[in-house]
Write a protein that binds this ligand. Structure first.
Ligand code: F6R
Length: 261
């Protein structure tokens, strides 16, 4: 796991976008895994700018989102599918239908989850997966207690996650859906490169556990310690609780620039 501590979200955006652009440069048909939420926005904004300038293209690429609320109407602005379209997908040059997500309105949820797994697999798997992390250590919506071998399925959101996300529902915790469909931890682990972004002090404990804690279902993100290619992009505040922070800085400073992440 490579931990990189950067000055601010802009630097995170540039580094994350560099990795996605390099991938698309060598593999224009790449499969990109997209997280919703605030953390990846700096990367998406930088990719949108580069796409506008013709420096990167998603024309032949495909995308898969991580998760979706259950039961939000198709036109609800907080439905993750709409959020990611508004923030990113509609602003770059993905072909129509090239980005898919779990169907939170499916009548048969177990079948919809199994189909989602199959579609990702048939696309050749995810080349690069962008991730955020919850204050309780969730990735996608794999809340504490999630099976470390889980696949796409329905999950109950914790009170903490619903409180964290109430800001998108006019501050009303009860307006936040209670359930979601989420890629499982084992699903996420199959992506070839994972880039996790965390900013702000509220993420510091989760980041400490992710990087330095024991692998445990209590902090689901710790399962990433088992993946061979994970890059963690942090600002200073999110890095505040890291015990080996000096070592991570030194490692990054001594890395040749051409190596990328
Ligand atoms: C959303 C997702 C979640 C978020 C996490 C952090 O698709 O997968 O795991 O990444 O809740 O959210 P933000 O970035 O808004 O703090």
């Amino acid at each position: 796991m490579e931990v990189i501590i950067l000055r601010d979200a802009n630097e995170i955006g540039v580094m994350g976008a560099d990795a996605v652009a390099a991938l698309l440069g060598r593999k224009p048909t790449a499969v990109v895994g997209l997280a919703t939420g605030s953390s990846p926005l700096a990367i998406y904004d930088e990719l949108i700018r580069r796409c506008d300038r013709g420096q990167v293209s998603f024309r032949q690429a495909r995308g898969f989102t991580l998760d979706e609320y259950v039961g939000l109407a198709a036109d609800h602005p907080q439905r993750y599918r709409n959020v990611i379209d508004e923030a990113f997908v509609s602003k770059v040059d993905f072909a129509p239908g090239a980005v898919q997500g779990p169907d939170g309105l499916a009548a048969d949820i177990p079948s919809a989850c199994a189909e989602y797994e199959a579609v990702i697999r048939d696309a050749g798997g995810v080349d690069v997966q962008i991730l955020g992390i919850g204050t309780d250590g969730h990735i996608a919506f794999n809340e504490p207690g999630s099976s470390l071998g889980s696949r796409t399925r329905i999950k109950t959101l914790t009170r903490q996650t619903r409180k964290d996300n109430a800001r998108f529902f006019g501050g009303d915790v009860d307006g936040v859906p209670t359930h979601c469909l989420t890629q499982g931890l084992a699903t996420i682990l199959e992506a070839r490169h994972l880039i996790l972004v965390a900013t702000g002090q509220s993420k510091a404990e989760a980041v400490h556990q992710l990087v330095e804690g024991p692998v445990s279902a209590l902090w689901p993100a710790t399962i990433l310690q088992l993946h061979p290619h994970v890059t963690v992009l942090l600002d200073e505040a999110a890095a505040r609780r890291l015990q080996l922070v000096d070592y991570y800085r030194e490692t990054h400073c001594s890395k040749p620039e051409w190596q990328g992440i």
